[in-house]
Design a protein around this ligand. Structure first.
Ligand code: FMN
Length: 369
């Protein structure tokens, strides 16, 4: 029977356990996307804390795909030295690091994107101020090429894997969703067409890194939105990726406008509220051959362990590792009490100005002492 501390491999990448740090924007990069030394320390701490795989915060593949200040960029060769220091720091601690590649599409604003945001269709995305410009065929091809170039850089710089951000309402998810994608060409309409951008992006990345390098995707099993990507569409996309050769699908759900069904749900204070994407992941796992990782509300050892025994190959967490970078080590060494994260989402608030994210609750508790 699987356990959380099994050693496994994903397309040749050896992992020390089945726990991953899910991608978490850290706000620890300069405005141009160049990582600050603090981001390297953040990953070093996670590696010391023995999480099996660190998935970086989302990194933009081209400048107009940037969403927030402090976000990492993988759009230029200029960051080679600092990126090599980053991967080297993780490897020195025995860890593995996967970079998450993203284009924000319409989920950004002109201030961050440096131009009118681009999206599959000129449809305003809730919570964002501008109507994006509909991507031309040229934009599509340029951005797919940028994903491939980002993947090539990441491999050259020592990252152990690539993850495409296909979830949470960003560009790939916008193509998948009938709400955001009203295109009349080969990239819109049927689910087969709505998957085309995702699959072409995957192929560009695969061509850049070759067959023997792990390529993963974070995919919404459902957008949890009326008219958005449905569970049936999510399953179709997962099966198409599996057929195309993806190595691992991390299953998530929701977008920032999915209300109480958004990706980072609040008040996870009992085992019943944990693992809220498990049924979507189970649905997908039954239909594919690649590895399945599941994210969303994991807080207790028992729920995580049961998940790898019964429902998924890997469990990933984001907020718990902000409060406790050494959570994996703590559980491995026998203190299996529940993660101290209270899912209050205050960690979303500190930005670049404050030096990046941190657990606001933990900081207050430390200050009281
Ligand atoms: C501060 C913060 C930043 C996040 N940034 C990203 C990101 O860059 N990419 C991503 O795929 N998900 C991001 N997420 C979502 C998480 O990866 C995860 O899917 C979600 O928080 C649910 O998992 P959890 O309950 O373990 O936190 C972020 C979440 C938080 C709290």
């Amino acid at each position: 029977m699987n356990t959380l501390f099994d050693q496994t491999t994903i397309n040749g990448m050896a992992l020390q356990n089945r726990l991953a740090r899910s991608a978490t924007w850290e706000g620890m990069c300069a405005v141009d996307g160049k990582p600050f030394p603090k981001l390297i320390s953040c990953y070093r701490d996670l590696a010391r804390g023995r999480v099996g795989l660190i998935i970086t915060g989302y990194a933009f593949v081209s400048p107009e795909g940037k969403q927030l200040p402090g976000k990492m960029g993988i759009h230029t060769d200029d960051f080679a030295d600092v990126m090599k220091d980053m991967t080297g720091a993780v490897h020195e601690e025995g860890g593995k690091i996967c970079i998450q590649l993203v284009h924000a599409g319409g989920q950004t604003d002109a201030g961050n994107a440096g131009r009118q945001p681009l999206a599959p269709s000129a449809v305003k995305i809730d919570q964002y101020p501008e109507i994006p410009a509909e991507m031309t065929a040229e934009d599509i091809s340029r951005i797919i090429t940028a994903f491939g170039a980002g993947a090539r850089r990441a491999k050259d710089w020592g990252f152990d894997a690539i993850q495409l951000h296909g979830a949470h309402g960003y560009l790939i998810n916008q193509f998948l969703s009938p709400l955001a994608n009203h295109r009349q060409d080969g990239y819109g309409g049927s689910i087969e067409n709505r998957c085309r951008f995702l699959l072409e992006t995957y192929q560009a990345v695969r061509s850049a890194v070759g067959p023997d390098f792990p390529v993963m995707v974070k995919l919404n099993g459902s957008d949890n939105l009326e008219g958005g990507l449905s569970p049936e569409d999510g399953l179709y996309a997962a099966k198409a990726l599996d057929k195309a050769g993806i190595d691992c699908i991390e299953v998530s759900g929701g977008t920032p406008v999915s209300g109480d069904q958004s990706p980072a749900r609040m008040k996870i204070d009992s085992p019943e509220k944990e693992a809220y994407n498990l049924s979507l992941a189970g649905h997908i796992r039954a239909a594919v051959n690649c590895s399945i990782m599941v994210v969303g509300g994991f807080r207790s050892f028992a729920v995580a362990e049961k998940t790898v025994q019964e429902s998924a190959d890997y469990v990933s967490m984001a907020r718990p590792f902000i409060r406790e970078p050494a959570l994996a080590k703590r559980w491995q060494e026998g203190d299996r009490s529940v993660a101290r994260c209270i899912s209050c989402n205050s960690c979303f608030k500190p930005g670049l100005q404050e030096g990046g994210i941190y657990c606001v609750v933990e900081k207050k508790e430390q200050e009281k002492k």
